[in-house]
Design a protein around this ligand. Structure first.
Ligand code: BEZ
Length: 228
């Protein structure tokens, strides 16, 4: 498909490693100032296309049902769409009465931004394909220093995998705390990766490591047991 947009029309978005753009926004929990109000916390900042739509409804119910799991990870959720505050309030009140997939008695406590002006959506590149009327399914994982650590985009027809989003937060926190990396399909309890050596000398040294907790496939691919 030919892209008729000019460079100016293309979404502007923070990239991994960038400082998350600041904003002040009206939400279902009152006005929030980001990142000041979230200092010292991990944040999952996500947008959805529209209130009162089916896939988005399942996403909100699932995120809300996992709120305590995210709290345990010192992680706060912030949602956003370009719908009005009254639409957000009505939709969330509606969802709290619904039961689905074993989820019931919900109390949706995290804030949902009413970004009618699209000011915040534009700062985060949440409006794609020239749309000014609905945001895509974007996810930004932002660390306690206000740095963007992960960016995900999903299409409108595909609901997000909240377990994967949680897995990313767990893996990032572990990488920061233990200076390790995590392999494909890693889950807590699985072996982690020792970062590759930085010099030829270190590579040679690594080949002589003899430790029951180390599984060395090669000098550049070495696993160790997860501390948990
Ligand atoms: C949904 O949430 O179901 C949806 C929203 C926008 C476009 C398509 C689906």
């Amino acid at each position: 498909m030919e892209d008729k947009r000019t460079t100016c029309d293309k979404p502007n978005l923070p990239l991994i490693g960038d400082r998350a753009p600041e904003f002040k926004a009206v939400t279902t929990n009152g006005v929030i100032n980001f990142p000041e109000d979230y200092k010292g916390k991990w944040v999952i900042f996500f947008s959805h296309p529209a209130d009162f739509t089916p896939v988005c409804s399942t996403e909100f119910m699932t995120f809300a049902s996992m709120a305590d799991e995210f709290k345990e990870l010192n992680t706060e959720l912030i949602g956003l769409s370009v719908d009005s505050l009254h639409s957000h309030i009505a939709w969330l009140r509606d969802l709290e009465k619904k039961s689905w997939n074993g989820i019931e008695n919900l109390n949706i406590k995290f804030p949902l931004i009413a970004d009618i002006s699209t000011e915040v959506s534009q700062k985060y590149g949440m409006l794609h394909a020239g749309s000014k009327t609905s945001t895509v399914r974007a996810v930004f994982v932002i660390d306690p220093e206000g740095i963007v650590r992960t960016i995900l985009y999903y299409p409108a027809s595909t609901g997000r995998n909240m377990d994967e989003i949680k897995r990313i937060v767990v893996a990032l926190q572990k990488a920061d705390e233990e200076s390790i990396a995590t392999p494909a399909n890693w889950k807590p309890g699985c072996d982690v990766i020792v970062p590759p050596p930085a010099t030829a000398e270190e590579a040679k040294d690594r080949m002589s490591w003899d430790d029951k907790d180390i599984n060395r496939l090669e000098w550049y691919l070495t696993f160790k047991k997860d501390k948990e």
